[in-house]
Design a protein around this ligand. Structure first.
Ligand SMILES: Cc1ncc(COP(=O)(O)O)c(C=O)c1O
Length: 405
């Protein structure tokens, strides 16, 4: 593995005794996250080949070179060139990075995999997280696959279909009436007190390390080229922060000389980071009002860092209404064959806004992250027509299809 030069300490909860080869903790300038660094060089980047799995980038992950024990396939998601969508939006160089293809249908599967892989190597028995939904499903299913216990804290208003998946996978689930922020503190405290693996987003640095592999894959799938701009939904912030880190690491390795602009997409009903970006000052705590649970975060854990990354990249924040996300879900399904949930479709809604506002040029190479599958949120999948019921005779079919003959 690449030697860790920048200071990292992590025990089960992201702090504590250093692993061999890791040095003491240093804060990242201007950031609120602890961050790993490596001895960068082209030797850490895999030779051209198939982008099949996240573990392909093991030299840029904090892993000893032992075989990976985590059993679920993770990473290697497709970069889709959506012909119909491109035509409809007048954006010939638009791509979708379809993160809905992970084992539980969201980009959270990457972080879960790396945290649990570390846990398995250290003999951990139980993992915990707080989550608005997708992290929880991914931890419940990942822990089940890895033979670990999972104790999950969710806001009481959790999406029912996601809750069922957590329970189906055998996780212990605690609903917290006072919401995600309180659930987060409870999960962290429990991890500390009981020595459990802490898979909480934005605090365990492994989550950032895993999510940065999305940037590596985009670069490889574009023919070892960085795009002009990447759009990502932003809740707590680590998805976007990790993208920035990934592209920066590619540049540090000497395999690309440019960094894409990053556009963070928030829900109009929960946009503390867009407001902080435009007005300056720290993000204000807001009361989320949106159907997009993944980005309904009142006090983003990595918010300041996400704002700083967007600013440094020359990008911007945009906010989209729930109706725009629902429209984007329909567009993705009908024009690209990708089934997304509201937060998962937010970046496409943001892309349309950014095009309209001149934040993205129509000819630019733009990558939109689709971060979560709609198969987990069926109530937001609005059909574009109705099914016709027939008795079952060929004559009925002939009559029905006559206009098409
Ligand atoms: C589908 C989906 N998209 C986007 C996000 C936001 O990611 P982050 O919290 O890293 O900003 C989440 C977080 O749960 C999510 O579930």
């Amino acid at each position: 593995m690449g030697v860790v030069t920048g200071a990292m300490v992590f025990g089960p909860d992201g702090t504590g005794a250093p692993l061999p080869g890791h040095r003491a903790l240093e804060p990242v300038p201007g950031g609120d996250l602890v961050e790993l660094a490596y001895d960068y060089g082209p030797n850490l980047v895999p030779a051209p080949g198939e982008v099949g799995s996240m573990w392909r980038y093991h030299a840029l992950l904090p892993l000893d070179p032992a075989p990976v024990a985590y059993p679920l396939p993770v990473g290697g998601t497709p970069l889709v060139a959506p012909v119909g969508l491109r035509e409809q939006l007048g954006a010939p160089n638009l791509y979708l990075k379809d993160e809905s293809r992970g084992p539980t249908g969201s980009n959270k599967d990457r972080a879960t995999a790396l945290v649990l892989e570390h846990g398995l190597r250290r003999g951990a028995r139980t993992a915990t997280c707080a989550s608005t939904g997708n992290v929880a499903v991914s931890l419940a299913v990942g822990a089940a696959a890895a033979g670990l216990g999972a104790v999950i804290f969710v806001p009481a208003a959790v999406e029912e279909s996601k809750l069922r998946l957590m329970l189906l996978a055998g996780a212990t689930v605690v609903k917290v009436a006072r919401g995600y922020g309180v659930a987060f503190e409870l999960s962290r405290r429990t991890a500390r007190e009981l020595g459990w693996l802490d898979r909480n987003t934005g605090v365990n640095p492994l989550t950032l390390e895993a999510k940065k592999t999305v940037a590596f894959e985009i670069w490889e799938q574009l023919g070892r080229r960085s795009p002009d701009v990447v759009l990502a939904p932003v809740g707590d912030g680590p998805t976007l922060v990790a993208l920035a880190k990934g592209f920066r690491e590619l540049r540090a390795c000497g395999v690309t000389d440019r960094l894409p602009r990053l556009i963070g997409v928030q829900a109009a009903g929960c946009q503390p980071l867009r407001v902080a970006f435009e007005q300056g000052g720290p993000p204000e705590v807001v009361e989320p009002r949106t159907i997009a649970d993944g980005i309904a975060v009142s006090r983003p854990v990595a918010g300041a860092r996400a704002v700083a990354e967007v600013r440094a990249s020359g990008g911007a924040f945009v906010a989209v209404e729930d109706a725009e996300m629902l429209e984007a879900i329909g567009l993705l399904a009908r024009r690209a064959g990708v089934i997304a949930e509201p937060a998962g479709a937010a970046a496409l809604a943001g892309f349309r806004r950014a095009l309209g506002a001149g934040l993205v040029g129509s000819e630019e190479t733009a990558v939109v992250l689709v971060t979560g599958s709609g198969l987990k949120t069926p109530r937001f999948l609005a059909p574009s027509g109705t099914a016709v019921e027939i008795e079952g005779s060929p004559a009925e079919v002939d009559r029905l299809l006559a206009p098409r003959r």
